[in-house]
Design a protein around this ligand. Structure first.
Ligand code: GAL
Length: 506
């Protein structure tokens, strides 16, 4: 039997079926509030809209603010996208959004956070309350450094050895050991607390240290009483790299707090701010903002820029009040990383010099991951580059061998040379490199490096390097060498021979 339906009814039914299937197949739109989130990046909401079949939207998080949904791809009711958090080294993993009853789920990965998160449809007020605040950045201006630094700064920093496992007591003990070991008198005067000291803001927005640092002012007084200076760390973004409170929206207030505590050095680490400060203009502007805030706070605080060498920082670091600027990503206590940073990546010569220093990152000497020769290479290379020398080891328990590597006066004199020239490779031959650095007294420091996996014979011919030696000093061994036309030097695997060549009077 044939069923008969009026024509109009059939087409109406067909249309509604099509609509129903279209509705089922469409990905979620609207404003959704996350019911849970990993701390990093601390997702709060996602807003998706559709116009003429084109989807767009943003995901908001505590770390990164509003990130636009990138590379949106629709497959049935699934919306896939990428997020760019400002860090080129981190892959953009696929993230998907699907309906789940009257909720949605967002599944994927950002950096090392893997998630599968439910979100509910947010009311207008709920969504509005999650607006991420934005703050204006200053117009370009030149800032005069409070402490330019005639020679590269020297000191100690908590990060390489202790990471966030650092507290008041350890910092005091480190200060004591810097004094008793002679490191302070060798020039290592800054005691820098890196990430992990921050607590919460009080009702007036003033940042408090966490429970591990009961009284920062008292700690500064103690460090000063030992003839040392105290450094601290913060970030322009909402979160520091280890997830602590950053200076976002509190830049001037934080600089003032540090000045009140008696802080002498500030490392400003881009961290989560890289998500929304990722153009040359905005990155320069945020660093200028803190530079100006330090000046306004009125205390001589040395300003260390840490934005991993982005946007040719050496060419503008001084102009925002910086006295040193990182030129690379993080060092590790491994020969391969140290060598890549030191030999291959550190900045260009025309930026470093009195008042502003390329910073290839803190020292790993004494942390145990490299051989004696490798640490000798680390110290020699950093000294030839006129790099800041920030100890990264536990100076309370170091061996005499480590201490000798850190306090060789002739090596330190090359680092601290008044001319402030950055040494550069003069000759590369397979896995050997000869670096030279002109010193203020007219002599030349020469580093003969062996990056190979076996001891090497390296021929050094002075004329080839444009040198006419009258006197040659083996710097590590405090020995004078015969001023021959050249040498065949035996350089150990991953090792170095560091020389000072005094020219013949012409
Ligand atoms: C990194 C920085 C390190 C250290 C760390 C702290 O971004 O390069 O030197 O400060 O953050 O979380």
């Amino acid at each position: 039997m044939k069923t008969w339906l009026p024509r109009l009814l059939v087409s109406a039914l067909m249309a509604s079926t099509a609509m129903a299937s279209a509705a089922v197949a469409a990905p979620p739109t609207g404003a959704w509030v996350f019911d849970e989130t990993p701390d990093m990046p601390g997702f709060t909401r996602i807003i998706v809209s559709e116009q003429n079949g084109q989807y767009s939207g943003t995901v908001t998080s505590h770390w990164y603010g509003d990130l636009p949904l990138k590379d949106i791809y629709i497959d049935g009711d699934k919306l896939s996208f990428h997020l760019f958090n400002g860090n080129m080294r981190v892959p953009e993993y696929p993230i998907t959004l699907t309906k789940d009853g009257d909720r949605i789920r967002m599944k994927g990965q950002v950096w090392d956070a893997i998630f599968d998160l439910p979100a509910h449809s947010g009311s207008d007020s709920e969504v509005k309350a999650l607006d991420f605040p934005t703050f204006p950045l200053p117009a370009p201006r030149t800032v005069k450094a409070m402490v330019p630094g005639a020679t590269p700064p020297m000191g100690w920093s908590s990060w390489n050895k202790f990471a966030t496992d650092i507290d008041d007591k350890t910092v005091r003990q480190i200060a004591d050991s810097l004094v008793s070991s002679g490191l302070r008198d060798a020039g290592y005067v800054y005691v820098n607390i890196d990430d992990g000291w921050q607590g919460q803001r009080d009702q007036d927005g003033v940042l408090q240290p966490n429970a591990k640092f009961p009284d920062m002012k008292a700690l500064a007084d103690y460090v000063h009483s030992r003839g040392l200076k105290l450094g601290i760390y913060t970030s322009p973004g909402p979160k520091s790299c280890a997830g602590y409170e950053g200076s976002y929206g509190h830049v001037e207030q934080d600089a003032k707090t540090y000045a009140d505590w008696g802080i002498d050095y500030l490392k400003y680490d881009l961290c989560s701010g890289e998500a929304f400060y990722h153009t040359p203009e905005t990155v320069r502007a945020v660093y200028q903002q803190m530079g100006e805030a330090i000046v306004a706070a009125g205390r001589p605080i040395m300003y260390s820029l840490c934005e991993y060498g982005r946007f040719d920082v050496g060419s503008w670091g001084r102009d925002v009040g910086g006295s040193l600027w990182r030129t690379t990503g993080d060092i590790e206590d491994k020969y391969a990383t140290m060598a890549t940073i030191g030999f291959d990546k550190n900045g260009v010569p025309n930026h470093t010099g009195p008042g502003g220093w390329n910073d290839p990152d803190m020292l790993e000497v004494g942390n145990g991951g490299m051989s004696f020769d490798e640490y000798k290479t680390h110290m020699s290379l950093w000294s030839l580059m006129a790099a800041p020398l920030m100890l990264g080891n536990d100076v309370r328990t170091m061996t005499p061998e480590t201490l000798s590597l850190l306090t060789n006066r002739e090596v330190l004199a090359i680092d601290q040379d008044k001319a402030g020239a950055q040494g550069l490779p003069a000759k590369k031959d397979g896995t050997t490199e000869i670096w030279t650095k002109k010193l203020a007294d007219g002599s030349t420091a020469v580093g003969v490096f062996n990056r190979g996996e076996a001891d090497a014979n390296v021929a050094v011919t002075w004329s080839e390097l444009g040198l006419k030696p009258a006197k040659i000093r083996d710097v590590w061994n405090h020995a004078d060498l015969k001023a021959d036309k050249g040498y065949a030097l035996v350089v150990p695997k991953h090792g170095v021979v560091l020389l000072k060549v005094v020219p013949a009077k012409s």
